[in-house]
Design a protein around this ligand. Structure first.
Ligand code: SF4
Length: 431
C-alpha cells in the first residue's frame, strides 16, 4: 500500500488522453470540464462498503423490500428493478412509471440510483472506446468497451472494468501501479461501468473482464457483489465474465469456493519465482508453487479453464529457456489451462522493451513443440492485420500471440493494456 501518488488524476487523465490525442490513431468524441476538486488532493479512503442508499447493485428482492419499507406494494420494487437495469434510468425523478409520492419518499430518504457521469470517451480506429468515468468523489476510473462483429454480423461487446481507483501492487511494467492507489470501488461503481459501455455503444454488453485499473482480489467482496449483479440483474452469463489477478494470497481459494462459472486469468509473466518477483514485487508473498496449486484448485472446483497471461519483455522473460521452463511448469500443472502471450508495448517511463518478432516466434515455437500450443508452425501463422491497427500471430486453443502495434497502443497502459487489447485481439481471432 502506498500514499496517493504524484497524482492519480494526472495518471488517469493526462497521460492516456494526451496519448490518445495523437491524430492518426484516435478521435476524442466527447469531453467535459472537471470539477476544481481533484481526487489527488483528497484524503485516501480504502473502504469498499456499499453505500446504503444506492439502488444500483441491489437485487430484485431487496428492491421489493425497500418498496414495502416505504409503504408501497412489493411490485413497485419490480418496477424499480426494471427501471434501473432494463431501462437504465439514471435519476429517481425520471422514474415516471412510479407514483410521485414514492419517488419523493425515496429521495427524501437519501436514495439515489448510483450512476456517475462519463467524463470523457476516446475512440480508436478499430472501434474500441475508452471511457473515463467521474465518480461521486471526483476520482476518475477507466473502462474500455471492445466491439467485435462476428461473421453473421452480430456484435460481441466486451466491457473491461476497473475494480479499484489506482492499484497498490506496483507491478514493474504497469503504469496504473506507478500512479498509486486511492481506494476500492463499491459494487455499484463496478456495475455502472458496464451500463456506461452499453450507453456509449447503444448495445448490450456480452462479456465482462475484470482487467482494468486495480487488483480485483484486493476488492473481492465488491467484485463478487458486482459479479452477482451483472449476472442476475444485468443478465450477463457467468461464463462471459473473466476475473484477473496477479495473485493475492488466500483469495483464489476463496474465489473458487464460490464455484462461479467464470474464467480466472492469472498474470504469470515469468516461469519461475525468482524472475517473477523482479517483475511483480508482490509475488514475494505468494510463491509460484502455491499460486499454481490454488489455480489448480480453481479449475477443479469450477471446471473452468485458467488463463495464464504472459507479458513478453525483451531480454527479461522472452528467451527460449524461459519458454521451456514455462512449458515444464504448465505440464506439471496439467490440463485446463490456456496461455496468452502478450508482447510488451512500451509505456512512458518504462525501461522494458518489446521483444523482436523473431524472439516472440521462437518463444511460441518452444511452447508449441511441447504441446502447449496446438498449431504446428507459429511463423507461418503470422497474420498482419493493419486495418484494425492490430497484428497478431494466431496460435489457437492453448496459446495465442498477439502483437499490438502503435496504433492500437494509444488507449491503455500496462494492466489495462494486456487485458483490453489482448482481449480485443483474442476476440477478433475467434471470428
Ligand atoms: S498490473 Fe494490475 S495488479 Fe499490477 S500494478 Fe497494474 S493494475 Fe495493479
Amino acid at each position: 500500500m502506498m500514499a496517493i501518488s504524484m497524482s492519480l488524476l494526472q495518471h488517469v487523465c493526462s497521460v492516456p488522453i494526451a496519448r490518445a490525442m495523437r491524430p492518426r490513431s484516435v478521435t476524442v468524441i466527447s469531453s467535459r470540464s472537471l470539477s476544481t476538486t481533484t481526487s489527488s488532493s483528497s484524503t485516501p479512503s480504502r473502504a469498499s462498503q456499499v453505500d446504503p442508499h444506492v439502488l444500483l447493485g441491489m437485487s430484485e428482492p431487496e428492491l421489493q423490500q425497500l418498496a414495502t419499507d416505504l409503504g408501497q406494494q412489493s411490485y413497485r420494487g419490480k418496477q424499480l428493478h426494471h427501471l434501473i437495469y432494463q431501462r437504465k434510468v439514471k435519476e429517481i425523478q425520471d422514474f415516471s412509471q412510479l407514483p410521485l409520492v414514492f419517488r419523493n419518499d425515496l429521495q427524501e430518504a437519501g436514495w439515489k440510483v448510483g450512476r456517475s457521469p462519463i467524463f470523457q470517451t476516446v475512440t480508436a480506429a478499430d472501434g474500441t472506446v475508452k471511457l473515463l468515468i467521474r465518480l461521486e468523489d471526483n476520482r476518475l476510473i477507466e473502462t474500455v468497451g471492445i466491439p467485435v462483429e462476428d461473421e453473421k454480423g452480430s456484435m460481441r461487446l466486451t466491457a473491461c472494468v476497473s475494480s479499484q481507483v489506482g492499484c497498490p501492487l506496483r507491478c514493474s511494467f504497469c503504469a496504473t501501479g506507478k500512479g498509486g492507489f486511492s481506494r476500492n470501488l463499491q459494487r455499484h461503481e463496478i456495475v455502472e461501468q458496464v451500463l456506461a459501455v452499453e450507453e456509449i455503444f447503444k448495445h448490450r454488453v456480452t462479456n465482462v473482464v475484470f482487467m482494468g485499473m486495480g487488483e480485483p482480489m484486493l476488492n473481492l467482496k465488491s467484485v463478487l457483489e458486482a459479479h452477482r449483479c451483472l449476472n442476475k440483474d444485468v443478465q450477463i452469463g457467468q461464463r462471459m465474465i473473466t476475473i484477473s489477478t496477479v495473485g493475492v494470497p488466500n483469495t483464489i481459494k476463496k474465489l473458487a469456493s464460490h464455484k462461479l462459472q467464470s474464467t480466472l486469468a492469472l498474470s504469470l509473466h515469468a516461469p519461475n519465482q525468482k524472475l517473477r518477483e523482479t517483475i511483480i514485487p508482490s509475488a514475494k508473498s505468494y510463491p509460484l508453487d502455491a499460486i499454481m496449486k490454488d489455480c489448480k484448485e480453481y479449475f477443479l472446483e469450477t471446471s473452468r479453464r485458467v488463463s495464464f497471461e504472459y507479458a513478453l519483455l525483451a531480454g527479461v522473460n522472452d528467451r527460449v529457456e524461459h519458454a521451456k521452463e514455462l512449458a515444464e511448469l504448465l505440464h506439471q500443472w496439467g490440463r485446463g489451462h490456456h496461455v496468452n502471450l502478450i508482447p510488451f508495448n512500451p509505456i512512458q517511463g518504462s525501461d522494458y522493451k518489446r521483444p523482436h518478432k523473431k524472439a516472440i516466434q521462437a518463444f511460441a515455437a518452444v511452447l508449441e513443440s511441447r504441446k502447449i500450443t496446438s498449431r504446428a508452425d507459429a511463423s507461418q501463422s503470422l497474420v498482419g492485420c493493419v486495418s484494425d491497427g492490430i497484428s497478431h500471430l494466431s496460435l489457437p486453443q492453448s496459446a495465442r500471440i498477439l502483437l499490438l502495434d502503435d496504433q492500437a497502443s494509444w488507449c491503455l497502459q500496462a494492466c489495462s493494456l494486456w487485458c483490453n487489447l489482448e482481449f480485443a485481439s483474442a476476440l477478433r481471432l475467434q471470428k
